[in-house]
Design a protein around this ligand. Structure first.
Ligand SMILES: Nc1ncnc2c1ncn2[C@@H]1O[C@H](COP(=O)(O)OP(=O)(O)OP(=O)(O)O)[C@@H](O)[C@H]1O
Length: 251
């Protein structure tokens, strides 16, 4: 499984123009192969910008990002992205949403059926294969989104506040389920969130960005044992990390 690196990455929107805005500066990061990483920081510090560049939606103005030593340029199925707003196609059933990518690439009917069966089960939607998105809750649609990205078999999952719109209870359930899927597949995950507790619960490493311009302010290595369980959220070790990160984010 591959590693993502950023080398002296800087990004200025409208570079050279009157309204140039440097959002990220000198970002040097390594996201190890198979690890779960989060990026946190105050609103507007450049988290989404960093993630979108990793997805290849645009290039950094200076520096580079590499996946397995190859410079990232343009979007690629190897880097799958999940956004906060679900991107489920309303005119396709759950199963057809999930097998959309492989179908586009010419997967046979048998391969599609296999992928649909595997990923509806993995994301907890077994029994809902033939449902339409309008019949699903927000959390279930998010599961479809995640299944669809996984069905493309990416090496890296880039997630931009995927659970940001869900209620607290659904969110916790989704976090545990995501960790279970991650544990079975060991894809490298980079997860942007506003939620410190979510970042601690999920991650091996948390990158704290400062703002204006966004720089790497702190890297927290989370050594809580795995598998993570909900009762860990109340342990002294967890709360200690939470207090430390909370103070850094200037609340
Ligand atoms: N396409 C763009 N052109 C110009 N400025 C942009 C563009 N996209 C983002 N920005 C600016 O870059 C800064 C960082 O935005 P970004 O969305 O990356 O922050 P964020 O940390 O993800 O914020 P939030 O937590 O609120 O989602 C903001 O000041 C934003 O206004």
């Amino acid at each position: 499984m591959p590693e993502i690196k950023t080398n002296n990455l800087t990004h200025t929107f409208g570079k050279g123009g009157e309204n140039a805005l440097t959002v990220l500066e000198d970002i040097d990061l390594t996201f190890e192969s198979g690890s779960f990483n989060s990026i946190i920081g105050t609103s507007g510090c450049g988290k989404s910008t960093l993630l979108k560049m990793m997805a290849g939606l645009f290039d950094p103005s200076d520096g580079a990002m590499t996946l397995d030593g190859t410079v990232i340029h343009g979007t690629d199925r190897r880097r799958g992205m999940v956004f906060q707003q679900d991107a489920v196609f309303p005119w396709m059933t759950v199963a057809k949403n999930i097998s959309y990518g492989p179908r586009l690439r010419g997967a046979s009917k048998a391969q599609q059926a296999e992928i649909e069966a595997k990923w509806t089960e993995m994301v907890g939607l077994k029994g809902f294969e033939d449902r339409w998105p309008r019949e699903l809750s927000g959390g279930m649609r998010k599961r479809v989104d995640i299944g669809r990205v996984y069905a493309n078999d990416p090496d890296v999952l880039l997630m931009d506040e995927p659970f940001g719109a869900l209620d607290a209870q659904t969110k916790e359930r989704m976090q545990s389920d995501l960790l279970q899927t991650w544990n079975q597949t060991k894809k490298t995950v980079i997860f942007v969130t506003h939620d410190i507790e979510e970042a601690i619960f999920l991650s091996d490493k948390i990158v704290v960005l400062s703002s204006r311009p966004g720089r790497v302010h702190h890297i927290e290595e989370v050594s809580l044992p795995r598998p993570r369980t909900d009762d860990m959220r109340l342990t002294e070790e967890f709360l200690e990390i939470k207090r430390r990160l909370w103070a850094m984010l200037d609340h």
